[in-house]
Design a protein around this ligand. Structure first.
Ligand code: FAD
Length: 410
């Protein structure tokens, strides 16, 4: 087997940033990144693809240009984790061994978790911004619709970017409002959650838009089946008196799939009870294997699963992984920061930024962001600033606004 100081499973937002941050700090360690895909996607941009603002191509880069120099790219998938032996098994049957393992495989989208969905995705008015190839179809449907019913759905938590199901809806409504057809479209939002957004401080601003667009909000309502050709969606609605099933017809249906830990993680000794990697929420070190760390969507932490969270986690894991390589205790801590730019209309965003426990944590002064209200500045950041910050800052290991905090006593 080949041996590396540090093996990183997954070369997505979290894996690439961590590799770059490690090599910036210590160019002499050997780092391997295991990543099967030849393309990397800026997924936060898919909301704007679905809103007709970005082209899909703007959200894609080839992986080989993003692997930091000094890191070895292994173009495989991890087939199994064997942390007792400090080894990972690859799809091609080869084995890599490591001193330190960093798990950053992201999460799995469980399209099959909704009956009938897979067969009809991309047809019959059924779309999702959660896939690169489908986000353009969202915008195509929005442009084509002038009357009828549009359904938007949100599965149980955890999901990546918990605001994205709503973002798709608000941008669609805004496009219909501008065309003067919104009054002829019945818009319904079915979310399995008990509240519109997990952090209460942002709910009033969002409720304003629900009312303004005339959206029919249905809490605790779960999409369980789709009949594409008949254009009928089945929901399970939880009430005090039990569970009822309702069917509703649609002209357009924007689905966000249930999201789970990848099988390779769930079926490994690294998984906690929820299937995600069991790590300390502050140091991101595994709760039983001291030479394993995890970050990004696959980490079993309670932060909002976002690229913004990965941006803050990457230097923490880089510092702590290098300390572990030296046989030392973790020195940096992560406070649970995550961010969700809620695109409430074209040109305005409610920028939700918060840490563990829903504690508000704005990067810019609150007077600039008007507290929890929508601003043009936040839209400007999302459309013009964040993509460059992502490609040229975060993925290259620059710690823009992300310097890790020291652990107490470190
Ligand atoms: P990913 O970026 O998904 O990368 C995981 C990588 O691991 C992939 O490259 C995959 O190929 C690889 N992999 C998978 N399995 C294996 C395996 N077995 N072996 C090796 N490699 C493997 N975040 C924000 O901050 N702001 C937003 O506005 C925002 N909006 C979003 C809108 C949408 C529609 C979506 C879908 C996401 C959005 N996000 C947003 C969330 C953000 O994209 C994710 O949180 C982020 O990409 C997580 O990074 P990650 O590296 O953990 O996972």
């Amino acid at each position: 087997s080949r041996r590396f100081n540090i093996v990183i499973a997954g070369g997505g937002a979290a894996g690439l940033s961590t590799a770059a941050s490690i090599l910036k700090r210590r160019p002499d360690v050997s780092v391997a990144i295991i990543e099967p895909s030849t393309s990397h996607y800026y997924q936060p941009g898919w909301t704007l693809v679905g809103g007709g603002v970005f082209t899909p191509e703007q959200t894609r880069r080839s992986e080989d240009r993003l692997i930091p120099s000094g890191a070895i790219w292994i173009r495989q998938s991890v087939a199994a984790f064997h942390p007792d032996a400090r080894e990972v098994l690859l799809d091609d049957g080869k084995v890599l061994s490591y001193d330190i393992l960093i798990v950053a495989t992201g999460l799995s989208l469980d399209w099959a978790g909704i009956a009938g969905l897979t067969e009809t995705l991309g047809r019959n008015g059924v779309t999702s911004n959660y896939r690169y190839d489908l986000a353009p179809y969202t915008w195509q449907l929005v442009q084509g619709l002038s009357r009828g019913t549009a359904l938007f759905t949100q599965p149980p938590m955890p999901i990546k970017c918990a605001g994205a199901p709503q973002k798709a809806m608000y941008l669609s409504c805004d496009a219909w409002r501008r065309r003067g057809v919104l009054k002829d479209i019945s818009v319904q939002f079915d979310t399995t959650t008990p509240a519109l957004f997990g952090v209460a401080a942002y709910v009033p601003a969002l409720m304003n838009y629900i009312e303004r667009y005339g959206i029919d909000l249905r809490l605790r309502s779960k999409l369980i089946a789709v009949d594409g050709p008949q254009r009928v969606a089945t929901f399970e609605h939880v009430t005090d008196n039990g569970t009822t099933q309702v069917q509703r017809s649609f002209d357009m249906l924007h689905v966000v799939p249930p999201q789970v830990a990848p099988d390779v993680v769930k079926n490994s000794p690294l998984a906690g009870a929820d299937g995600f990697v069991s790590v300390d929420p502050a140091t991101l070190r595994h709760t039983t294997f001291a030479d394993v760390f995890a970050l990004g969507d696959v980490a079993g932490t309670s932060n909002a699963k976002t690229a913004a969270a990965a941006r803050k986690q990457a230097p923490v894991v880089a510092v702590n992984a290098l300390a572990a390589l030296d046989g030392k205790a973790p020195v940096a801590i992560y406070d649970g920061y995550g961010a969700c730019p809620l695109t409430v209309e074209r040109g305005r965003i409610v920028l939700a930024e918060f840490a563990y426990g829903g504690k508000l944590e704005p990067t810019l002064p609150l007077w600039l962001l008007r507290g929890t209200q929508p601003t043009r500045l936040a839209w400007f950041l999302k459309e013009k600033v964040m993509p460059s910050l992502y490609w040229h800052g975060m993925l290259r290991g620059h710690e823009l606004l992300a310097s890790p905090r020291k652990a107490p006593g470190a």
